[in-house]
Write a protein that binds this ligand. Structure first.
Ligand code: PMP
Length: 505
């Protein structure tokens, strides 16, 4: 078993100081692995509260008969159809059939991801409350995915909903900016150093695209550098999906290897004197990769290269922000001083708000560019954003999420060890992911995630969890209980595969 939380530290700082600048209470322990930056602090106490299990666990043979045609074989998702009539058997299946006719992306998603392993994944959700979701077939889930980030405080958090409702009574998109937008901008510039001005958009892509435009305007240069496999935008300049994107739209974006200073230096050299920006994520997870956090050596290299080349240093903090530091800004965790910071996902607890903020040095460039959006003045979302920050502070949400992440990691690791599985947790406690087995490859991870979903725990096999502050210790303990059951099944399957491999020579 290995816990691999990689933490950013500044030169000369001990990682644990950065990681947890708070007291270690009684009943906690600190573990570390071989490198000085890999440490995690884990509370040892366990609760015993039982939450009724929404789905009966299935036997190992049932699990395998349904799911052994492995994701590798790309088999179609027959579980979505009834065997007898070939008609959709569930509300989700009916919605999927309708979606395939009118939402090509949804149908595409099915082709890529809804193989048999994920047949039970709640793709169609009816409602959320706190840390739970109910899908369109009435199945309840403990939600560890947090909508891939936005669910920070809990679905429909009363304080945020009330703030949004108060603004709704006055109006939402009204053509002119409401006072709440100015209040939000002032709040962010006061709260987050080195932000002196902000642009407020809707999606993370708005913020990152705006950042690059400011960088290009400020430097008069064209090229930008981003990490391989990093997700920054749905726009042509950096999309992960090349279909439909003309080559010239991608030619100004080059890539370096995350956490590899040499690769970064080579990319900077190659860009020459046309480098407008280096964009970095504090928390990196490429598709089908284990998550990673920027190392101190890499952070230092990025800063040095940006300063030396005159490129604008953009921190894309759309994903991590309030899950990496109580300030809401991950650069306070990894120890970098960016020129521009982009936020998104969690900052309005589920409403569409993104922010790009920059230093005074870039104010004129930001002033000079035009960047319009019909809904950029969404007063309701901005009220929700302000209230999300205030609630985050008042409720100590960061510490809560850290506790939850640690409890979860420790509990899952213990459960996997008891099942005699080789197990790895990587990322940051609030956003981490498990990997089972000695080899890379997602087969056992898929098996586990599928088993957890059938047990009423929403987890994804290839994307980090995003815990929310509404998760209770009792709910985490329930997840761990169900995981123990699930790991036992996975261990049987892993042993069978080992035996088959040995027999096959
Ligand atoms: N940057 C990062 C680091 C992201 O994770 C994402 C979304 N996955 C984006 C930018 C783009 O955000 P959005 O999907 O809201 O446009």
């Amino acid at each position: 078993m290995r816990l691999r939380f990689v933490l950013g530290c500044q030169p000369g700082q001990r990682p644990l100081d950065l990681y947890l600048a708070r007291d270690l209470g009684a009943g906690q322990t600190t573990t570390s692995d071989s490198t000085s930056c890999n440490k995690v602090t884990i509370p040892l106490q366990r609760g015993s509260v039982h939450i009724p299990r929404p789905h009966a666990a299935q036997s190992s043979s049932a699990l395998r008969s349904r799911h052994l045609s492995a994701p590798e074989n790309g088999a179609p998702n027959r579980c979505y159809r009834s065997n007898v009539t070939d008609e959709p058997a569930t509300n989700a299946a009916r919605l999927q059939a309708r979606a395939e006719r009118v939402l090509p992306g949804t149908a595409g998603r099915k082709r890529q991801m809804l193989h048999e392993f994920m047949a039970d994944f709640p793709w169609f959700v009816e409602r959320g409350e706190g840390a739970t979701l109910t899908d369109v077939d009435g199945r309840q889930f403990l939600d560890l995915m947090g909508a891939y980030g936005p669910n920070l405080l809990g679905h429909r958090h009363p304080r945020v909903e009330q703030a949004a409702a108060r603004q709704q009574l006055l109006g939402d998109t009204m053509g002119g900016l409401g006072p709440v937008t100015i209040e939000l901008a002032e709040f962010l510039t006061e709260r987050i150093d080195p932000i002196d001005w902000v642009f407020v958009g809707k999606n993370g892509s708005d913020a990152t695209s705006y950042a690059l435009r400011v960088a290009r305007q400020a430097t008069g240069r064209s090229r930008v550098l981003i990490a391989e496999a990093a997700y920054h935008t749905a726009q042509d300049w950096g999309t992960m999906f090349p279909n439909g994107v003309p080559e010239p739209h991608r030619m100004l974006t080059s890539r370096f290897v995350y956490n590899d200073p040499e690769s970064l230096r080579a990319a900077v050299a190659e860009a020459g004197d046309d480098l407008a920006a280096i964009m970095l994520t504090p928390f990196h997870q490429g598709f089908y990769e284990q998550p990673d956090v920027a190392t101190p050596a890499f952070v230092q290299a990025v800063e040095q290269e940006a300063r030396r080349s005159g490129a604008v240093l953009v921190l894309d903090d759309v994903r991590a922000n309030m899950r990496m530091h109580p300030s809401g800004a991950s650069h306070d965790r990894i120890g970098i001083r960016p020129d521009i910071v982009c936020f998104g996902k969690a900052v309005a607890n589920g409403r569409a708000v993104s922010v790009c903020g920059g230093s005074d040095a870039l104010r004129d460039a930001a002033d000079a560019i035009g960047y319009l959006g019909t809904f950029f003045g969404s007063a309701v979302a901005h009220a929700a954003c302000l209230e999300t920050f205030r609630t985050f502070d008042d409720e100590g949400a960061f510490d809560r999420m850290l506790d939850v992440g640690e409890r979860l990691s420790k509990g899952l690791s213990d459960a996997a060890s008891s099942a005699d599985l080789t197990f790895d947790v990587s990322g940051y406690p609030t956003m981490a992911m498990v990997h089972i087995g000695r080899q890379p490859g997602p087969y056992l991870d898929h098996l586990w995630a599928a088993g957890m979903v059938r047990r009423g725990v929403l987890i994804h096999p290839t994307v980090a969890w995003y815990v929310c502050a509404a998760l209770t210790d009792a709910q985490v303990d329930t997840v761990v209980e169900r995981a123990a059951d699930c790991f036992a099944e996975v261990a049987v399957e892993a042993a069978d595969r080992e035996r088959a491999k040995t027999a096959g020579g």
